[in-house]
Design a protein. Structure first.
Length: 134
């Protein structure tokens, strides 16, 4: 139970950070909406991800683990179906500039939006787990 609450808290922070990064993610209901979505994401990561990863193991081996991004996107898609207060929509990426590397603005369609947002949630999640040594 303690691990579930820790993972839910970390998913809440990851979801909140992703809400502030991308305009294509919207969770209505304030704190409780984010917390409910984080609970559903935690359940998806704990129950569905091992099963789906086992089923897609050959694809993960062939793509050197890059297929995991689609697995995580599928779990986030299921959460948006179950919990209608969490919505992922198309959005305009404003562009970025990092140490001389320029990324031009572009429009992100729905499928790519699911992948970008779910991978961002997952990367923040894994970074926080590493940071807090959980």
């Amino acid at each position: 139970m303690k691990g579930f609450l820790q993972e839910t808290a970390i998913n809440s922070v990851a979801l909140f950070a992703t809400l502030n990064i991308f305009s294509g993610l919207a969770v209505s209901g304030g704190f409780w909406g984010i917390f409910t979505a984080a609970i559903l994401i935690t359940i998806g990561f704990r129950i569905l991800k091992p099963v789906i990863s086992l089923i897609t193991l050959p694809l993960n081996v062939i793509t050197f683990g890059l297929f995991q991004a689609l697995v995580v996107a599928f779990i986030v898609f299921l959460v948006t179906l179950i919990y209608p207060q969490m919505q992922i929509t198309e959005f305009q990426f404003e562009g970025a500039q990092f140490f001389g590397i320029i990324i031009s603005p572009f429009f992100v369609y729905l499928f790519l939006s699911y992948i970008i947002i779910s991978v961002t949630i997952y990367l923040i999640n894994r970074s926080l787990f590493w940071l807090f040594d959980l």
